[in-house]
Design a binder for this molecule. Structure first.
Ligand SMILES: *[C@@H]1O[C@H](CO)[C@@H](O)[C@H](O)[C@H]1NC(C)=O
Ligand SMILES: *[C@@H]1O[C@H](CO)[C@@H](O)[C@H](O)[C@H]1NC(C)=O
Ligand SMILES: *[C@@H]1O[C@H](CO)[C@@H](O)[C@H](O)[C@H]1NC(C)=O
Ligand SMILES: *[C@@H]1O[C@H](CO)[C@@H](O)[C@H](O)[C@H]1NC(C)=O
Ligand SMILES: *[C@@H]1O[C@H](CO)[C@@H](O)[C@H](O)[C@H]1NC(C)=O
Length: 300
């Protein structure tokens, strides 16, 4: 083999290796932060979330109820440990409607998160944790609270005859004060297309899972004129500064996963499905200007 040919082969190998290296590091294999959504200014179609819904999107799990909740002022209490030490409990409880997520407790955390619940948005994956502790989630609430369950139609839809649906049905019968709804399949698809329109990414093709935070924010905008969000960080929070102090992802799991680690790993995850917590917050920041949404603890 001539030395020229050898050189060509070496150069080719070098280029291939370089490309592979760059590809894999961009892919988050090395734990590098790769933003899922490159912030862009291209005009995205805006959806009027106030009219977006249609009440038929929420199917009563038991009985003949309709989702009629409407509030002038809402406190949306996140599950982030940023609420710890806020002493916002009394202010939250003074708000007309208090919105919580999944199995976030109030018992033992009243000073920071308050003790009322008007609406709870629960993921299919949290159903067991919620129905297991009815005194916490079905008694310690407002007199006529609402619970909205979201999930794939084959798990929580009206036609799903699985364990999960039967569980939800049983608790709705037992606690008839609580109005339980599941999100209709047609509305679940709307949540997907909303994500597509707002981020320019197809949820399934981009291997993304919507978070309970996404559902809760959209529902809150739908039913509340003004929203104050407790404990949500701005989209650039974990990127901007190297995070030194550990901030648990959930206020009720002090030894659980770190919030920024969870956000960054999910955001850059490519294999398997991941939550796009940071991308979602970029969208929330846009919505905040359009609808009256304010953020406190931290304030932004
Ligand atoms: C269910 O509610 C609607 C309106 O609230 C009412 O028109 C209808 O008669 C009710 N059906 C039953 C079976 O109670
Ligand atoms: C919680 O509930 C009790 C009884 O309804 C009330 O007195 C108290 O002020 C509430 N708020 C907090 C922050 O504990
Ligand atoms: C259910 O509703 C009734 C009447 O609105 C109320 O008196 C009762 O305390 C409620 N029960 C619970 C567990 O909230
Ligand atoms: C926006 O919401 C905040 C609290 O949620 C409220 O204090 C303020 O008056 C609202 N502004 C408008 C213009 O409605
Ligand atoms: C993504 O977020 C979920 C919480 O919703 C968490 O359980 C999971 O560990 C995160 N994944 C990574 C790779 O950090």
């Amino acid at each position: 083999m001539s030395s020229e040919k050898t050189l060509v082969i070496f150069v080719a190998i070098f280029i291939v290796m370089t490309v592979l290296f760059l590809y894999s590091s961009n892919n988050g294999i090395g734990g590098t932060y790769a933003p899922f959504h490159v912030a862009s200014n291209h005009a995205l179609l805006t959806t009027n979330l106030k009219k977006w819904a249609g009440k038929d999107g929420y199917v009563p799990v038991y009985g003949n109820k309709s989702m009629a909740l409407h509030c002038q002022n809402c406190a949306l209490v996140t599950s982030s440990s940023h609420v710890l030490g806020s002493r916002a409990g009394e202010e939250i409880d003074r708000t007309e409607c208090v919105i919580r997520m999944n199995d976030a407790p109030t018992l033992g955390y009243e000073t920071d998160v308050g003790n009322r619940t008007s609406l709870r948005v629960v993921a299919h994956s949290s159903v067991f944790r919620v129905v297991r502790r009815p005194t916490e989630f079905f008694h310690r609430t407002d007199t006529n609270p609402v619970i909205i369950f979201w999930g794939p139609p084959n798990k929580i839809g009206k036609d799903a005859k699985g364990t999960l649906y039967r569980l939800i049905q049983r608790v709705s019968m037992t606690y008839s004060n609580v109005s339980c709804f599941s999100i209709a399949p047609s509305k679940m698809r709307k949540f997907d297309s909303l994500f597509h329109r707002e981020t320019g990414r197809d949820r399934q093709k981009s291997h993304s899972w919507l978070s309970t935070g996404w559902f809760t924010m959209v529902i809150a905008i739908e039913i509340c004129d003004n929203i104050k969000v407790y404990g949500m960080v701005p989209p650039n929070h974990c990127v901007k500064k190297p995070v030194s102090k550990k901030t648990p992802y959930h206020y009720y799991k002090p030894r659980g996963a770190d919030e920024c680690v969870t956000y960054l790993q999910n955001e850059s995850g490519r294999r398997g499905n991941h939550h796009r917590f940071i991308t979602e917050k970029q969208v929330f920041a846009r919505w905040a200007k359009q609808y009256n949404v304010t953020f406190t603890h931290p304030k932004w």
